[in-house]
Design a protein. Structure first.
Length: 316
């Protein structure tokens, strides 16, 4: 499978349902993944931050990959997070992912001691050398406390096997200038995608190749509508869809997208699970706000529609 299309379009990141002891509910995960495949997302991002990779053992990560790859059967590219504190552990996770059926890898510079640019470069070079799968750089300073400079991304883009970057979407007013500044430093084949759902469509309008989406992991159809509008350069349609999502965007920023997605999965009847402790489920008042935001998105997307549970079909 070519690396280029794998890191373009809508990459949907589902939660990883698990019991309180961290054992993955493989049947529940398979249902979520099959739903994304049926919606025809461009790729599935398994074991990303939304997939709580940092809270799972190596064995449970592999079980999750095997479950997802087994039910997908190659229909949709599967990109798997392999972040770990130690370089040798990340290498082992890369090998596990390849053996379990992954198509691509997503690597964040997880750390406790703050890392230097040279340390991050050597970490990525060693992991890329340990696998034949294409690798996407996961630039997530909110959790890793490391920010990739454009120069470091350009240096890494020259390494064999490093094919893409997942960057936090910048403020809309800065999106085009910042995207074009990086674009001039990396090969044309290197895909530049964005996360941060509430800004990602503007980043795609500015030239971004992909939206690495939290909300897409549960609500693929409206997410695809927003992404396709951005890819087409249809600013009016982007504005309309962005307004429909606004309630969720506000909750993502206030409560964290992870907590909101766990609540949404329960509200929609898709999955009964709780986030890994010490993360706590949302309180009932916040839960009600998530339900209201989902109701509004559903009503706006399908006039006259009513949100019930998964059986309503309103959110394929």
């Amino acid at each position: 499978m070519s690396a280029a299309p794998m890191f373009r379009g809508l990459s949907a990141f589902p939660i990883t349902p698990a019991d309180p002891h961290g054992r993955v509910d493989t049947e529940g995960l398979a249902r979520l993944v099959q739903r994304l495949a049926a919606a025809k997302v461009d790729s599935i991002g398994l074991l990303g931050s939304t997939g709580t990779y940092a809270y799972l053992t190596r064995a449970e990560r592999r079980r999750a990959i095997e479950a997802a790859a087994g039910c997908l059967g190659g229909r949709v590219p599967l990109i798997v997070g392999i972040g770990a504190l130690r370089t040798d552990d990340a290498q082992d996770l890369a090998r596990d992912a390849a053996a379990a059926g992954a198509d691509g890898l997503l690597l964040a510079p997880v750390s406790y001691t703050p890392l230097t640019e040279e340390e991050v470069y050597q970490h990525f070079a060693a992991v890329a050398e340990a696998t034949t799968l294409p690798l996407c750089i996961y630039n997530n300073p909110a959790t890793t406390h490391f920010t990739f400079s454009d120069d470091l991304l350009a240096r890494l883009a020259k390494l064999p096997g490093i094919a893409a970057a997942k960057n936090p979407a910048p403020p809309p007013a800065e999106a085009r200038a910042r995207h074009e500044a990086l674009r001039t430093k990396v090969p044309d084949s290197f895909a530049i995608g964005y996360s941060g759902d509430w800004r990602a469509a503007d980043a795609v309008l500015a030239g971004g190749d992909a939206w690495y989406s939290v909300v897409g992991g549960l609500l693929p159809m409206p997410s695809l509508q927003l992404l396709r509008a951005a890819q087409a350069g249809d600013t009016a349609a982007v504005a309309r869809w962005d307004a429909r999502f606004q309630g969720l965007w506000e909750l993502f920023q206030e409560l964290s997208s992870l907590r909101v997605m766990y609540a949404a999965a329960d509200i929609l009847g898709l999955c009964r699970t709780a986030p890994p402790q010490p993360i706590l489920p949302l309180r009932p008042t916040a839960y009600e706000r998530v339900a209201a935001a989902l109701e509004k998105l559903n009503a706006d997307a399908r006039p006259g529609g009513a949100l019930t549970a998964a059986s309503s079909g309103s959110f394929p």
